[in-house]
Design a protein around this ligand. Structure first.
Ligand SMILES: Nc1nc2c(c(=O)[nH]1)N[C@H]1C(S)=C(S)[C@@H](COP(=O)(O)O)O[C@H]1N2
Ligand SMILES: [Mo]
Length: 453
């Protein structure tokens, strides 16, 4: 019954049953709709939780307001870390969404491990908070009439983009870290454009809601809420937004209980996730990530992104007659593995940090890339294109920036943890560069072309 709904506009004196042109369109239509509340969730009285209200919504909102920008910025940084200037952005051409190019740093070596670990880790931890926030405003989804003015209609459409955007980003992100390449479309393209839709809606939403959020947060004290037991839990004051239940049921949980439940959920997700990048014993708790598990002991027993078999590497092509080709100088240089091993060797402890959020730090041994550039006759390379023996796929080549070639820890690794690389980790030789996104640490290297400009 429409009269039960406190979010109704003030009752009109007119009783026209259908919209009339005298009313003007669409005002008349809205008034007509307002008298015809559909049943079920469209009845404000159907929503009875005594905890719903602007304060609780704003607490969840504040957490999202603080943490989401970190997730957004670290996500955009991941795009930048792929070096889009070399056509390695994913998606490649993003038109006017292109951000200014800059050289991704090589120091600290754990930079991408940090930014991408935050992106994936915080993104996952926010899921319970996003769900709680949606729960807290769900009656508004069923507000009736659907809109009372053109401005309100626009606001509700922007909420579709906001809610749809974040759910889409969560869904694509989670699927990608669980089973890559599950989509019929490119994960990167979808996640990238979805992100911009969400960013636009998020900025708009914050601009409109910030004053309400501040006011609502001031309406109750967090400290006293945290001291309030179930027995003393009362609904919030009736609000102009239609969040507080007009006919609240008795509470079954205190506000602090609800906050603990949601916060505990986020912490639990964090515990089940963080091990994939923290490593050590914590890796055992990274249950949410199939690629985060401990793979046993031994120098080569760490995370493998794609095995040699999966990459269609013919073991014969990595055998004794394998040689590395250095291109781009006055004449090509060819080096056998024995010749590479006879050059000055360096070791560096560096992480492989995957876009999926996991990382794995190992001690690598091999030849400096800058020594190879020197040998090729390009001592001051502007870039280097690394090609793999792997024939197809988008992971079989990568272009490195000048600072990534010249860093003293940037290696063409022959060894890891003092043993020869295993075939799965890129034998006979692979690239390892500080702070480089995992995907560009090319395995089964066939050639490197150093470019002076
Ligand atoms: N040729 C080739 N190199 C590759 C890959 C690949 O599939 N093919 N995977 C990349 C990705 S996505 C990551 S995260 C790292 C993983 O290295 P690892 O398998 O030795 O841990 O290798 C990178 N190098
Ligand atoms: Mo990766």
């Amino acid at each position: 019954m429409a009269t039960d709904n406190p979010s109704q506009p003030s009752r009109e004196t007119s009783h026209r049953p259908v919209p009339s042109s005298q009313d003007g369109f669409p005002a008349g239509l809205w008034r007509w709709l307002a008298r015809r509340n559909p049943p079920g969730p469209f009845q404000a009285r159907a929503w009875r939780s005594p905890l719903r209200g602007p304060w609780l919504t704003s607490v969840f909102g504040l957490v999202l307001l603080i943490v989401l920008p970190v997730v957004i910025v670290s996500g955009l940084l991941s795009y930048a870390a792929y070096a889009p200037r070399f056509g390695q952005g994913n998606p490649v051409d993003v038109g006017w969404l292109r951000l200014p190019y800059f050289d991704w740093p090589t120091r600290p070596s754990w930079l991408y491990r940090l930014t991408q670990g935050l992106h994936v880790g915080l993104g996952l931890m926010l899921i319970p908070i996003v769900l709680a926030k949606l729960w807290s405003v769900v009656p508004k989804l069923f507000a009736w009439p659907p809109a009372r003015s053109a401005a309100q209609l626009l606001e509700r459409l922007s909420l579709v983009l906001l809610v749809g955007g974040i759910l889409f980003e969560i869904a694509t992100g989670v699927l990608n870290i669980q089973y890559d390449y599950l989509f019929g479309f490119s994960f990167y393209t979808a996640h990238f454009y979805g992100a911009w839709v969400f960013i636009g809606a998020f900025v708009t939403h914050v601009a409109f809601k910030l004053p309400h959020l501040i006011r609502a947060l001031r309406s109750r004290s967090l400290r006293s809420e945290l001291r309030t037991r179930l027995a003393d839990t009362r609904p919030e004051r009736p609000d102009p937004y239609g969040l507080v239940a007009p006919d609240p049921a008795p509470p079954t949980m205190s506000r602090r209980g609800a906050l603990a439940l949601v916060g505990g959920g986020a912490v639990l997700v964090g515990i089940l996730t963080a091990g994939q990048t923290l490593g050590g014993v914590t890796r055992r708790f990274a249950l949410l990530l199939p690629r985060g598990r401990d793979l046993g002991d031994g120098p080569n027993d760490f995370q493998i992104n794609r095995t040699a078999t999966a990459a269609n590497i013919n073991p014969a092509s990595t055998a004794a007659d394998w040689s590395l080709r250095l291109l781009g100088g006055p004449r090509p240089v060819t080096l056998t593995r024995t010749q590479l091993a006879a050059m000055t060797q360096h070791t560096a402890t560096l992480p492989i940090a995957c876009v999926e959020g996991w990382s794995s730090t190992q001690t690598w041994g091999g030849v400096r890339l800058r020594d190879l550039a020197q040998l090729a006759g390009v001592p001051h390379p502007a870039s280097a294109k690394v090609m793999s023996l792997e024939k197809s796929g988008s992971f079989n080549q990568a272009t490195l920036q000048s600072n990534q070639i010249l860093h003293p820890d940037s290696l063409l690794a022959l060894q890891v943890n003092q043993a020869d690389l295993s075939l799965d980790h890129g034998y006979p030789a692979r690239v390892i560069v500080p702070a480089l996104p995992g995907v560009h640490n090319t395995k089964w290297v066939r050639s490197i072309e150093f470019r002076a400009t």
